[in-house]
Structure formats: C-alpha cells, structure tokens
Design a protein around this ligand. Structure first.
Ligand SMILES: C[S@@+](CC[C@H](N)C(=O)[O-])C[C@H]1O[C@@H](n2cnc3c(N)ncnc32)[C@H](O)[C@@H]1O
Length: 508
C-alpha cells in the first residue's frame, strides 16, 4: 500500500470509529480502539491474488461471529444524502430518474464538495477506477471474442450512456464542476453504485439419483453491484463505509472447503447469510461465514455469479469459479422438446453438461414416437440407452469443437498472450519493457496501436501512462475470460470422450 493510501485509510478508520462503526458487541466504541473501528477482529490488508485491499482476521474468528456493525446513520442512502437541503430540494422535484440514478448523482454531488463533504474520509478511499464491462473500450470488448459476451459489454455501455444523458440536467442544476459532469465520472460513480436486478438461480439437490449433479433450478430476484448493499427501506440500496472493504468468494466454494473444520456448532453457526440490515440494532451487521485463522482474508459471498456477471458488475473474475457456465447454441427443436428453462442448459466449469442440458439432449436424441415414455426417465436424470448417450455426447463434443474453431484464437495462443502481457506488466525497467514488446506477438502490437502508439513513439512511455495501464488490465481481463470459456469447452470435449469410451465393449 502506498503512503498516501495508508494515510487515507487511517483517516477512514478513525472517522468510522467516531461515527459508531464497530465490531465490538456493544454499541459504544471501546475507548482503547478510538483510532480504528476494527481492532476487535479485523484489520485492513492487501491480498494481491484475491481482490487487492480487503479485510483480514485479527484473531481466530468463529463461524457466525459478528465481525462488523455499521449503524444506519453511517450508510450512504438517498435518505442520508437528502440531509443536504440543496440536494433534497433538487432531488425531490418530480423527475423521471430512477432511484439508482439519483444515488449516482448524490455520490457525484458529495465528491464535488471535496473536503467539505461529511463523507470525505470515505470518499477518498473509494477506488479511482473500475474494470466493469461498461468501462471496456471497443478493443477490449472485441477481445472477449464470444458474441454474447461482446453484446453484454456493448449493452452495459449503452445503458450507462443513456442514464448519464438523462441525469445530466439534474447534475447541471446542482452546479457540479465540469469534471463531475463527464461520462467518465458517471461511469465511475455508477460502477460504485449501480444496483442491478437479475434472476439468481439456485440449485436444489435431489439425492439418490444416478447422476452426480442432480439439481433442480429455482430462481429468485436479487440485487447486486460492485459496492452497494441491499437495505429494506430503499430499493436503490446503500453504500456502506468499511463494510464495502470485504472481498468476494464464490458461495459454495468456501462453505464446502471449510465446513468440516468447524468448531462445535454454537448459536451463531446456523446463520445463513453473510450480513444484512438488522432493525433491532438499526445497523448493517456482518458475520464470519466460516472459521478464520488469524491473518486470513475474511470474505463475503455477494451471490452466485458466472465470470461474465462478475466482470459486468464487479470488474473481476475468478479462475476457479464453481458457478461458471458456458452456454452452447441449441437449435429451437432441442428447446421445444423439453420444459427446461433455457438458462438451465449449460456446461459446468468441470466440463460436465448440466443436468437440464443432458436431460434435454437425451429426450431430443430419442425418436419422436418414443419420446413420451423416455421423458420420464430423462427428467429424473437417467441415461436412456448406450446408443442415446453416445449420440448425445457426440453432439455436444461436435458443437464444442465448432465453437472453438469459430473463435479467432486458440486456447494455447491465448495462454501465451496472457503470459506475454504478464511479462510486460512485470517489466522492471523501460529497457526490459522495450525488449519484451519487440519480441511480442501481433496481438500486443494491435493493442498498442489501438491505444494510439504512433510511429517512432516510445513504447515504454506509452505503457507507463495510467490510462494505458488500465486499458491493459481490462484487455487482460477479457483474454482471461475467454481462456476460461475455451478451457471449459475443452474440458467438455474430454468429458464426452470419456463417456463414449466407457461404452466400448471392453469397458462395458
Ligand atoms: C466491495 S469491494 C471490495 C473491496 C475492494 N477490494 C476495495 O479495495 O475497495 C468490491 C470490489 O473488490 C474487488 N474484488 C472483490 N473480490 C475480489 C476477488 N475475489 N478477486 C478480485 N477482485 C475482487 C472488485 O474490484 C470488486 O468490484
């Protein structure tokens, strides 16, 4: 952590302590902890491979233990922002802006106040930039290669742009300085605040059936964003100082890895959530989702997201994401021959087809006049016959191969490109950087050209600019995303081959 950052953080923790953010079980801050609200159980640390700045356990933490409490008065909501009379008058005038657009304007309005904002100690600690999909330039978007992903990124930028245009008159009325009126500033604030509604799927495991991933899918509407938390009284949510320093872990992953080493179950340990607003203590409360050793990063499960969703809403992705899904094109006839929702038919990170995809293809691969009796078995997860299973596996494998062949680069090329980018990012001197670029691939040259490298211009100088560094981070994320995507298709082809091989006479 740089000196300036460290200083800002100290200011934040002291301020937080003064306004009652605490992890002590009692509401008054402990007198010995006035310089930091976290001294009982957490400290801020840096985790380069798991989210950067985050919170670590200051001592062993029990599962279900309260680790942080943020009083309602510390939350940034439309209500708390409206304590500013000017903001309140402007915002309460009739308008067609959504609650989230108003929050975004509120954040920019507070930023515009600078040091005189009540939130200043919090605001100076917000990240300076985000890598969410809406911030991707054309080059980075195209680097995703897969049409659906490119479309998702384009849609995200278009949405942000139209919301910015709608909010512009209000921002002008609030007399924001020119730098806070720009689309760039809007993107920054909306990346902090955008609360997105989407259908979240969860699995219900049905035991005692042959397949090992027998799941039914149900869905519920949940709300997410990069830093925003849900509060019951305002659909737009809130920003939660200090509470938004927790990094993310995919739900399921942590739970399964650590459920066995739990200490004796106690009254807290049955708690199902990481946190939420609690009316009885009028505060947002966070709990340890598992046992943590001293020094370990304490993580929150923000929800179950695919890598594209993580990239869209948070600006990062996970190499090992148990919720990752790859969708392959399915002809209308396949979809119409079953009742599975379309988004339940996908390939898991492991390469195995989802329960619904397998079941749908087994039905579709059955001659029409035999489908009705076969459906019952297929819906319960059973194989129908060796012939049917082989047909299904060949179909999946062929389609995965077609997708891989249709993409502009191979998995191996992408891996090579990623390591070349890493080498460039790790170059210690301008000379080393120039040498690395001189021996690099056409893709790297294309990136440099897209970022305005002119003939004769020094590569090292261009790459030392903050803007180009950020673009390179985003480009790297896009490549990392497609590498994971391709790897899953490759895993799937291997899985299909293994299943087909298991039906050879000697294996039977
Ligand atoms: C609620 S904030 C967490 C604190 C954040 N690291 C900070 O310094 O302010 C969420 C952001 O942290 C980053 N993040 C959280 N978990 C991550 C993870 N597992 N890997 C990479 N980045 C992560 C992403 O940029 C995300 O948008």
């Amino acid at each position: 952590m740089e000196r300036e950052e460290e200083g800002n953080l100290e200011i934040l923790l002291k301020w937080a302590s003064e306004i009652g953010i605490s992890n002590s079980p009692i509401s008054l801050s402990d007198r010995s902890c006035l310089s930091s609200c976290l001294c009982h159980s957490l400290f801020v640390s840096h985790f380069p491979d798991a989210g950067g700045r985050g919170l670590a356990a200051a001592r062993p933490l029990r599962r279900g233990e309260l680790v942080l409490r943020v009083p309602k008065s510390a939350l940034m909501t439309r209500e708390s922002l409206s304590k500013d009379q000017r903001f309140s008058i402007v915002v309460n005038a009739p308008s067609s802006l959504s609650p989230i657009q108003i929050l975004i304007v509120g954040l920019l309005y507070e930023m515009n106040k600078g040091r005189s904002s009540w939130w200043y100690p919090y605001l100076v600690n917000l990240p300076r930039g985000y890598d969410i999909l809406a911030t991707f330039g054309e080059f980075e978007k195209q680097a995703l290669q897969v049409d659906d992903a490119i479309w998702t990124a384009e849609k995200a930028t278009l949405k942000a742009e139209s919301e910015w245009k709608e909010a512009n008159p209000l921002m002008k009325e609030l007399n924001l300085k020119p730098q806070f009126l720009t689309f760039r500033a809007w993107l920054w604030a909306s990346a902090t605040f955008t609360l997105t509604e989407f259908h979240h799927h969860f699995n219900i495991i049905i035991p005692n059936v042959e397949s090992n991933d027998v799941k039914f899918y149900a869905s519920t509407l949940i709300k997410i964003s990069s830093r925003t938390l849900h509060v019951p009284w305002d659909e737009a949510g809130c920003l939660c100082p200090v509470g938004d320093l927790f990094n993310y872990v995919a739900p399921g992953e942590e739970d399964s890895a650590h459920t066995l080493d739990l200490e004796q179950l106690d009254s807290h340990s049955q708690r199902l959530t990481d946190g939420g607003f609690e009316e009885d203590v009028v505060a947002y409360c966070f709990y340890a989702r598992r046992h943590y050793e001293k020094g370990e990063q304490v993580l929150l499960g923000y929800g179950t997201y695919t890598n594209l969703e993580l990239l869209e809403h948070y600006g990062f992705l996970l190499n090992d994401n148990s919720n990752e899904k790859v969708f392959i094109p399915l002809q209308p006839e396949i979809c119409s021959s079953n009742t599975w929702p379309k988004d339940s038919m996908f390939i898991h990170q492991s390469g195995k087809p989802s329960f619904a995809l397998l079941s749908a293809l087994r039905i579709w691969a059955t001659p029409r006049n035999q489908r009705r009796p076969a459906s019952h078995l297929a819906y319960s997860g059973s194989q129908l016959s060796a012939e049917n299973e082989i047909l299904v596996m060949r179909w999946i494998s062929k389609n995965c191969n077609c997708i891989l062949k249709s993409l502009p680069t191979s998995f191996e090329e992408d891996r090579f490109l990623l390591s070349a980018i890493d080498k460039m990012q790790d170059s210690c001197s301008p000379l080393e950087l120039r040498n690395t670029v001189a021996s690099s691939t056409a893709h790297i040259h294309a990136f440099l050209e897209a970022n305005g490298l002119q003939d004769g211009e020094d590569v090292a100088e261009l790459l030392s600019s903050r803007k180009t560094k950020r673009e390179m981070d985003r480009w790297r994320l896009a490549i990392q995303w497609r590498v994971r995507y391709k790897e899953i298709l490759i895993n799937c082809i291997s899985h299909c081959s293994r299943v087909i091989d298991s039906f050879t006479p000697q294996n039977i």
